[in-house]
Design a protein around this ligand. Structure first.
Ligand code: FEO
Length: 195
């Protein structure tokens, strides 16, 4: 009986002394929502590409969508681990149609820049709140955003080189297919190295 009472008090105390501040908890939940939206936005883009017969680009966007979901889940689990309340976010409807594949990929790049800004703001907040644990956790996201922005810049540069010739859409799609395959091979190699 006393043990049960002690455990209940302990649980309440743990919640009051939770490791994460309310400000960081909210910012991490906002980041969860942003990553989730990225996943659904990229999924919508994959579907549009599929409708246009851009199979390579569709596969690339599907991969990006799945990656964003894993980014969301990484924060979700982290927040639970530090006694925060991870919130499953409401997702607003992503656009269903795009003017062109160039415009679509430019939007991806812009969205990645937005995510980077948000991660950097979170890092600033961690510094203000002296939350070095979350600061350390966010290092992975800083590296990931640098890689993703570089990837998208590279893609936009190649699209510029391909130009607007009659078969440009075909070549853009082939290029995206190649990039997708290279990413899949890289992930498989990383998984093997970690096994
Ligand atoms: Fe998880 Fe590419 O932002």
């Amino acid at each position: 009986m006393h043990l049960v009472l002690f455990n209940s008090i302990n649980l309440i105390t743990n919640k009051k002394n939770q490791m994460v501040s309310k400000k960081i908890e909210k910012a991490l939940n906002d980041q969860i929502a942003l990553e989730a939206y990225a996943s659904f936005l990229y999924l919508s883009m994959a579907s549009w590409c599929d409708q246009q017969g851009l199979e390579g680009t569709s596969k690339f966007m599907h991969r990006q969508s799945t990656e964003e979901l894993s980014h969301m889940m990484r924060i979700f689990h982290y927040l639970s681990e530090i006694d925060g309340h991870a919130i499953s976010p409401a997702i607003k409807q992503a656009p269903l149609t795009y003017k062109s594949v160039r415009e679509l990929l430019t939007q991806v790049y812009k969205h990645e820049q937005k995510v980077t800004t948000s991660i950097h703001k979170l890092v600033n907040l961690c510094n203000k709140e002296n939350d070095y644990t979350t600061l350390h956790f966010l290092q992975w996201y800083i590296d990931e955003q640098r890689e993703e922005e570089a990837l998208m810049r590279g893609i936009l540069d190649r699209i510029k080189l391909i130009g607007n010739g009659p078969q440009s859409l075909y070549f853009i799609d082939k290029e995206l297919e190649k990039i997708n395959q290279a990413q899949a091979a890289m992930e498989a190699a990383e998984a093997d190295a970690g096994a």
